[in-house]
Design a protein around this ligand. Structure first.
Ligand SMILES: NC(=O)c1ccc[n+]([C@@H]2O[C@H](COP(=O)([O-])OP(=O)(O)OC[C@H]3O[C@@H](n4cnc5c(N)ncnc54)[C@H](OP(=O)(O)O)[C@@H]3O)[C@@H](O)[C@H]2O)c1
Length: 278
C-alpha cells in the first residue's frame, strides 16, 4: 500500500539521502515530502533527485516556527488524512568559530523545541502502522550525563513540557557561562540529544497502549558518523564515516520492514541495535 512520508531538514546531508532512499523503497504511489526551510535550497534538492528519476514533493518547513510546522501538518491532514512516516531530522549545526553560548539558543530551538513542535503537530496524524522517528545520536544516552541530572529526563515521570523547560533553563545556564558549574557537559550537543531521546521516550510511554493496538513505532535513531557538511569540520579523519546514502539505508529499515515485524519501540537505535538509555 502506498505511503505518505515526510523528512525534515532534507535539502542536504542525511535528510536528503533518506528522501532518496524512501523514494526508491516505498511502494508505487507513495508521496515523500522533502521538507526544507529555504525554498531555493529545497527546490534545488528536489531538482537533483528528479534528475535521478526520483519524484519527491517539496514542502516548506522551518521547525523553529510554530506556524510553519502547523501549516504543513494542516496541509498533510487535508490532502492525505494522515501520515505513515515522519523523520524528524532537521538540526542546527555547531560551528567552530563561535562560542557555544552564542549558538545554544538557536541550536536548542531547532533541535529540541523543533522536535517538540513536530511531535505535537504530526504525532496525532500517524496512521495505523505509522512511524515517528527522531534522528538523534548515540550521545542521546543518559549515560553521557552526570547522574545528578538524570531525574530531569526521567521518561516515566516527566512530560514533554517538563523537558522543554529543562532545555530552556539549560540555554540560560550556557548563555551565562554557568552550565558546567551545574554539572552539565560543555558540549551543547549532548544535553540536546539526551533531551530529544527523552522526549521520544515520553511520547512512547504516553502512547504505548494505542501503539500496541495500532502498530505504531515511536523511536529515536543514531545514524553513526556520517560524512556531511555538519560533521566534516569536526574530524581530521573521516575515513570511517558512512556516506549519507549508506547511513540512510541503515536507519530506514524501521520504515520499510513489514508493519507486523518486531520494532524497537521507545528505544534509541543504532545499526539496528538498541543503545541502553541508562
Ligand atoms: N552527520 C553525522 O555524523 C551525524 C551523527 C549523528 C547524528 N546526526 C544527526 O543527523 C541529523 C542530520 O545531520 P546532518 O549531518 O545531515 O546535518 P546537516 O547536513 O547540517 O543537515 C541538517 C539539515 O537541517 C536543516 N535545518 C537547519 N535548521 C532548520 C530549521 N530551522 N528548520 C528546518 N530545517 C532546518 C538544514 O537546512 P539548511 O541547509 O537550510 O541549513 C539541513 O537541511 C541531525 O539530527 C544530526 O544531529 C548526524
Amino acid at each position: 500500500m502506498s505511503k505518505i512520508a515526510l523528512v525534515t531538514g532534507a535539502n542536504q546531508g542525511l535528510g536528503y539521502a533518506m528522501v532518496a532512499r524512501l523514494c526508491q523503497e516505498l511502494p508505487a504511489g507513495s508521496i515523500v515530502y522533502l521538507a526544507a526551510r529555504d525554498p531555493v535550497r529545497g527546490e534545488a534538492a528536489v531538482a537533483r533527485l528528479r534528475e535521478q528519476g526520483l519524484q519527491p514533493s517539496l514542502a516548506r518547513l522551518d521547525v523553529t516556527e510554530d506556524a510553519s510546522v502547523e501549516a504543513l501538518a494542516e496541509m498533510v491532514a487535508r490532502c492525505h488524512g494522515g501520515i505513515d512516516i515522519v523523520l524528524s531530522n532537521a538540526a542546527a549545526r555547531i560551528v567552530k568559530d563561535l562560542p557555544q553560548a552564542a549558538q545554544v539558543r538557536t541550536f536548542i530551538n531547532t533541535n529540541n523545541h523543533g522536535t517538540y513542535r513536530m511531535i505535537r503537530a504530526f504525532g496525532p496524524l500517524l496512521r495505523d502502522g505509522g512511524r515517528f522517528l527522531v534522528v538523534a545520536s548515540a550521545f542521546g544516552s543518559l549515560r553521557q550525563l552526570d547522574p545528578r541530572l538524570h531525574h530531569r529526563f526521567d521518561p516515566a515521570t516527566r512530560s514533554l513540557e517538563d523537558i522543554e523547560r529543562v532545555m530552556d533553563e539549560y540555554v540560560e545556564l550556557v548563555e551565562r557561562g554557568e552550565a558546567e558549574a551545574h554539572h552539565w557537559p560543555a558540549w551543547i550537543n549532548i544535553p540536546s540529544k539526551i533531551a530529544q531521546v527523552a522526549s521520544m521516550k515520553v511520547v512512547a510511554r504516553q502512547r504505548q497502549d494505542e501503539a500496541t493496538q495500532r502498530g505504531l513505532v515511536i523511536a529515536a535513531l543514531c545514524p553513526g558518523l556520517v560524512d556531511t557538511d555538519a560533521s566534516r569540520p569536526w574530524f581530521d579523519d573521516m575515513s570511517s564515516a558512512q556516506s549519507p546514502a549508506d547511513a540512510a539505508k541503515n536507519v530506514l529499515w524501521i520504515c520499510t520492514q513489514p508493519a507486523d515485524s518486531p520494532a524497537p519501540y521507545g528505544e534509541l537505535v543504532q545499526h539496528r541495535r538498541i543503545i541502553p538509555w541508562s
